[in-house]
Ligand binder design. Structure first.
Ligand code: OOB
Length: 556
């Protein structure tokens, strides 16, 4: 790990400690304390299992012992790709206690992303399930192991059939052993960045900073032992993991219910049965749930707080949600790199409907700047720069990128365009980074373009985000076809001369092991690129053209 992690400078670290933000306890201790206080209360619930705090504590110790016995050492990186299940929490705390670093892949990732993450982190192990998102995952595991020989261990939850030398999850269950505590000021977990310039970067979050992140959000959400938190977004994502999410719930003595499916007919009965009080959604789900209460007859009266974040929440949804779901809405504007802004539970409804709230820590520092890094006049829109007690000072093993992504004095360049209201709340107005935000899932245009260029019919590719009523934005591929390709030829897999449509490109990307959420839903072919004044491809003009075309295609 040495060299990969950029620590906070000494004076800041001292300040964050003396303010009580950093408490010098590894994340594994949080569970120890919760087990001591809430032992026999329910901590985790999924479709198959219920575990008490004491049960989770023991399982984490036993699994840590099993991982240690199979040769995983403190400081090792372990690629984890698990659905929302109790095992996710067990493995996470086992790795925290061992001092090994989970690299948290999303369930949607496939060989291409997993290979990148394994190589970048030099992961020694891969922990996953036999089945993921309704598909047999073992072909993906086998393909990954073939291209990543550094993965010495593979743990498969379920049936590892055909995965060579896989360790069965059950065999990790060993007598607990004494393990030295990891350094609380060092990295505990590697989260993924959304990625704008190519492939995702790794975000090292320390025990100290991540515990503060979860604790502060738990305070703001007034989480307590009477609460039941529903993790319905992928638990590997910062919002359901630690804002306050699973970690905040555990430290507050609240139970966490894991759901693998977010569709109202599946999840509403679960909310009713388990008396869920708090959950976190992305905007499209917030809109869907608000409408679905009318046709899914379930009692959601227990729900007191719904957080919505990950992408801009359209104001109409923000206005109807509290009444529709009978709860308080909290807008959360955050990033895996750190900074969290949130509306407060007692904010006026107007603030909650129209802003993304304000920083959650008194030590969060914010600058809103123009292109030359000078502050914009108050109330005007500029790029948000930030530093603070839980915002990283650098990506893992990325010195060149860090030089661009952080200012010389350690502010993270978020790439988001924001303005501050007279009340002090932030409104997200857009972004300067080249990233597509598809329903809260971040897509790097450059990464998708790179894959599309491998298609025989594609000479040049530009990938853009086009406004979409449901998703916020959809992925659109703009293609300049190879000379012998006819744009109007009927798409046919066996006919490289035909222009590929969205379905054909989707299959092509699937075969290259790319996550489904990155596949273009719209394809436009161009004969020449629109250019900006300085001769660069004009992405904004392409977005306008693509949006017009999509509208023209919709039957009136
Ligand atoms: C969250 O984290 P990431 O790392 O997946 O994505 C961060 C980016 C932000 O830089 C911003 O561009 C966008 O997602 N974003 C929002 C937003 N919340 C995130 N844009 C507009 N309005 C919002 N409310 O997405 C994340 C992490 C922790 C808490 C909440 C969200």
């Amino acid at each position: 790990m040495a060299g990969g992690f950029v620590p906070w400078p000494g004076p800041e670290a001292t300040r964050y400690r003396s303010a009580g933000h950093w408490r010098g306890a590894p994340l594994g201790h949080l569970l120890r304390e919760a087990a001591a206080q809430h032992g026999e209360r329910t901590a985790l619930i999924d479709a198959r299992t219920r575990l008490t705090f004491a049960g989770l504590d023991t399982r984490a110790d036993r699994t840590a012992a099993g991982l240690a016995e199979s040769g995983i050492r403190p400081g090792d990186r372990v690629l984890v790709q698990l659905p929302n299940r109790v095992e996710f929490a067990v493995l996470l705390f086992a790795l925290f206690r061992l001092g090994a670093l989970p690299v948290l892949a999303l369930p949607g990732h496939r060989e291409s992303e997993l290979k990148h993450l394994a190589e970048l982190s030099e992961a020694v192990a891969f922990v996953t399930t036999d089945e993921l998102e309704g598909h047999d995952h073992r072909p993906v595991i086998r393909a990954l192991l073939e291209v990543c020989p550094s993965l010495r261990h593979t743990v498969v939850i379920g049936d590892p059939d055909g995965v060579e030398e896989a360790i069965a999850y059950g065999s990790l269950d060993r007598e607990p052993v004494r393990l030295p505590d990891p350094d609380p000021s060092g990295p505990a977990v590697l989260l993924l960045s959304g990625g704008s310039t190519g492939l995702p970067k790794l975000i090292p979050r320390t025990h100290d900073d991540y515990a503060y992140n979860a604790r502060r959000m738990a305070e703001l959400c007034r989480l307590g032992p009477a609460d039941v938190y529903l993790a319905v977004l992928p638990a590997a994502h910062n919002l359901p993991l630690a804002c306050p999410g699973l970690l905040g719930a555990l430290m507050s003595g609240a139970a966490t219910v894991f759901a693998e499916n977010a569709s109202p007919p599946e999840v509403f009965p679960l909310i009713e049965r388990e008396r869920v009080t708090v959950t976190a959604l992305v905007p499209p789900l917030a809109a869907l749930w608000s409408r679905a209460v009318e046709w899914v007859g379930c009692d959601l009266a227990g729900l007191r707080l719904v957080q919505v974040g990950g992408a801009r929440l359209p104001e109409p949804t923000a206005r109807i949600l509290p009444d529709a779901l009978g709860c308080t809405l909290q807008q959360v504007f955050g990033m895996a790199e750190g900074l969290l802004c949130a509306t407060r539970l007692d904010d006026p409804p107007e603030t909650v409907a129209t802003t993304q709230g304000r920083p959650v820590s008194s030590d969060d520092e914010i600058r809103i700047v123009a292109g030359d890094d000078t502050a914009v006049p108050d109330g005007e829109t500029g790029e948000l720069l930030t530093r603070g007690p839980y915002t990283i000072r650098g990506y893992y093993r990325a010195p060149e990128h860090n030089a661009r992504a952080f200012t010389a004095d350690g502010f993270y360049r978020s790439g988001d365009l924001v303005r501050r209201t007279p009340g002090g709340d932030l409104v997200v107005e857009g972004r300067v980074k080249e990233q597509i935000n598809r329903a809260g899932e971040k897509v790097s245009p450059e990464e998708v373009e790179h894959h599309l260029l491998a298609h025989p019919a594609v000479a040049q590719a530009v990938v853009i985000g086009v406004p979409d009523d449901v998703l916020g934005e959809r992925v659109c591929a703009c293609l300049l076809l190879a000379p012998d390709t006819t744009p109007d030829a009927a798409p046919d897999a066996g006919q490289p001369a035909g222009a590929p449509d969205a379905a054909a490109l989707g299959e092509f990307l699937r075969d290259r092991g790319v996550a489904a959420f990155k596949r273009p839903q719209q394809v436009e072919t161009v004969e020449a690129w629109p250019l900006t004044g300085v001769g660069k491809i004009d992405r904004r003009a392409l977005t306008v053209i693509a949006a017009d075309h999509a509208r023209a295609r919709v039957p009136h």
